[in-house]
Design a protein around this ligand. Structure first.
Ligand code: ZN
Length: 474
């Protein structure tokens, strides 16, 4: 049983422990962005503020944050003046779950409970009987009247959403429909008989103020004004399987894509990589790699449709790309015609107990390779051309891939790919690592697939998608 606790011989090694540390440090989209930003800064990337003029130089490494929950990082081409070849990897920072309301505490049956809204589409049953902690973003007013935006994370389990005992709900195993307004409120405290509790919102603001003082001592005593705080399972991710071949943890959809994207970008374009000469390849001849523009874009709000100030259906990516392109009316169109998008989001792996839920011909296996997602109704952006070019790259890199299409009688999910491709006007492919239990509080992915994803994203940043040549187009 040694392999259960050992390295298991996986090449990923330190890469995997880093991903697990990132997951642990990232209980909310705002923490994902902070984790990405701090790793990027350590690798020589500097932040650009949207409100400032940007002074850009060839080969410069930068990142831009919008709304604290979305981030775009890139390395500029080594030469300026020619429309670059953008190699865009997109992912999302948010995960479905339970968010506290603006008035987050209520008294119910002599208990203080957390009042929540459901964010996106979690598997609700998985939130019961878990050690829950709370994290997110708080806007507050400092002693001098200044407004601050701070991340907070209680880290410790501070609430639980207990199931009703089987004796009180005998039919629970026959299929239970959760009443979202009544049954999803995690318990905060049992009140003593006759206990007079402070007005709950006042009480919460006091707790939040104290937490701000712990996490950001410079803001101790600040008055909380607004918050987006979500519950998360406090238990860290771990390896599971006879050979430790699976990773099990919260928010694997889609933080795995964010963090493997980050590691791939840093390996290709971080400090010390290709200084002076970028070391990336172009579409054709010698030197064209100097126009390569590797970019990682991670967006909030995918789980609720992406249409927001910082979502992938908004103009954040377009705004950043326009600002870094050479001036001129044609620049955007010429750039997009030379560019490609990999939209990376987890995919459904075949579940042995639910074989009938999968299309017989399109059943990706855990640890079977990267999943290429297609949908005739454009819920994914993959098409014959972009899918073929991606598989050409996989062949070149020796990366295994698997096909996914939904059963014809089940509706297909979607992700950021179609939004970005449509908004920016560039060809793209929807891909991802196969996963079990997507949108559960704890999901499962295969370690070999993470390795394949890293190899593919790195290869994409370096080579781009191979160009489609000729055919019978003319
Ligand atoms: Zn996702």
């Amino acid at each position: 049983m040694e392999s259960l606790v050992g390295g298991g011989g996986l090449e990923m090694g330190t890469g995997l422990s880093r991903v697990m540390a990132y997951l642990q440090a990232s209980p909310s989209p705002y923490h994902v962005v902070a984790t990405l930003a701090s790793a990027l800064e350590s690798a020589g990337f500097t932040e650009l503020l949207e409100a400032d003029p940007w002074e850009l130089h060839p080969g410069g490494r930068h990142f831009v944050i919008r709304g604290q929950g979305s981030l775009i990082a890139f390395r500029l081409p080594a030469v300026r003046g020619t429309p670059p070849s953008l190699r865009l990897v997109g992912a999302h920072t948010d995960s479905p779950g339970l968010l506290v309301k603006p008035r987050p505490l209520v008294v119910r049956n002599g208990h203080l409970v957390w009042d929540v809204e459901v964010y996106g589409s979690p598997i609700l049953a998985t939130w019961f009987d878990r050690e829950l902690s709370l994290a997110g973003l708080v806007s507050c007013r400092g002693s001098g009247g200044e407004i601050g935006e701070l991340r907070v994370d209680w880290r410790l389990p501070l609430a639980i959403l207990p199931n009703a005992a089987i004796h009180l709900n005998r039919e629970v195993n026959e299929g239970h429909r959760y009443q979202r307004h009544e049954e999803l409120q995690p318990v905060c405290r049992v009140l003593s008989p006759g206990e007079k509790v402070e007005e709950p919102t006042v009480l919460f603001r006091r707790w939040l103020g104290e937490r701000i003082g712990v996490e950001a001592p410079a803001w101790a005593g600040a008055e909380p004004l607004g918050w987006e705080l979500s519950f998360y399972e406090a238990r860290p991710a771990c390896r599971v399987g006879l050979e430790g071949e699976w990773l099990v943890g919260g928010r694997l959809d889609n933080q795995l894509s964010c963090f493997i994207g980050l590691q791939s970008l840093l390996e290709v374009a971080g400090r010390g990589k290709g200084e002076g000469e970028i070391g990336l390849e172009g579409r054709g001849g010698e030197g064209e790699g100097e126009t390569a523009l590797p970019m990682l874009a991670c967006f909030h709000h995918e789980e609720v449709g992406s249409l927001s100030l910082q979502g992938a259906a908004g103009q954040f990516a377009e705004s950043v790309i326009r600002r870094i392109l050479p001036r001129g009316g044609e620049a955007m169109a010429r750039t997009m015609a030379r560019s490609a998008l990999l939209s990376v989001d987890n995919a459904h792996a075949l579940h042995p107990n639910y074989g009938r839920k999968h299309d017989e011909g399109h059943r990706p296996l855990l640890n079977g390779g990267i999943v290429v997602k297609s949908n005739a109704n454009q819920r994914y952006t993959t098409d014959a051309s972009s899918g073929g070019r991606l598989k050409g790259l996989c062949r070149r890199l020796g990366v295994p891939w698997q096909e996914f299409a939904m059963r014809a009688d089940l509706p297909c999910g979607s992700t950021i790919g179609p939004h970005l491709a449509a908004r920016l006007g560039l060809p793209g492919v929807d891909i991802g690592v196969p996963t079990w239990a997507m949108h559960s509080i704890r999901e499962t992915a295969g370690l070999a697939d993470l390795e394949s994803l890293g190899k593919l994203l790195k290869g994409f940043f370096v080579h781009g998608l191979p160009p489609a040549e000729g055919g019978n187009r003319f």
